[in-house]
Write a protein of this length. Structure first.
Length: 153
């Protein structure tokens, strides 16, 4: 019985950490709060794409090295590339597509295609180590920039 209580306590504590740790939760409230800056989101995605590109370059540089330290760094760069490509996918799907792209917009189809192109480019950048996929990702994000100009407050 004590084991069961200890296990339940561990599960409850772990779930509490997931709920209250800001680094592990990324959801936006999805209400018209006006807090987020679309221009800043695009700039953050461009920074994430630069991280994907840097990771791909480092992976290429380490290819063929067999010592333990190089293998360790190679794995870390791969994980980094995956993380930042996934972050871009999340930003497009959970922020822009759910909150900024609306069927009643006159250029809805065009916007939808361009945002979807970013998600596809991010997926390809995750799947491939060639830098050209990271560059294509950056270019696809840059194609969104005109929709989200900087607002001076």
């Amino acid at each position: 019985m004590k084991r069961l209580h200890a296990l339940l306590l561990l599960v409850v504590m772990s779930s509490g950490l997931l709920l209250f740790n800001p680094s592990l939760t990324r959801a936006h409230c999805q209400i018209p709060c006006g807090i987020y800056d679309d221009f800043a989101r695009v700039q953050a995605m461009l920074e994430d794409a630069a991280t994907v590109e840097k990771s791909a370059r480092e992976i290429a540089e380490m290819a063929g090295k067999t010592d333990a330290q190089s293998q360790n760094q190679l794995v870390r760069w791969v994980m980094n590339k995956e993380k930042y490509a996934e972050k871009i996918i999340w930003t497009i799907s959970d922020y822009f597509l759910t909150q900024r792209i609306k069927p009643d917009q006159k250029d809805y189809d065009e916007k939808l295609k361009k945002h979807h192109a970013v998600m596809l480019a991010a997926m390809k950048a995750k799947q491939n180590a060639d830098v050209k996929f990271a560059v294509a990702l950056k270019n696809s994000i840059e194609a969104l920039a005109p929709y989200y100009p900087e607002h001076k407050h």
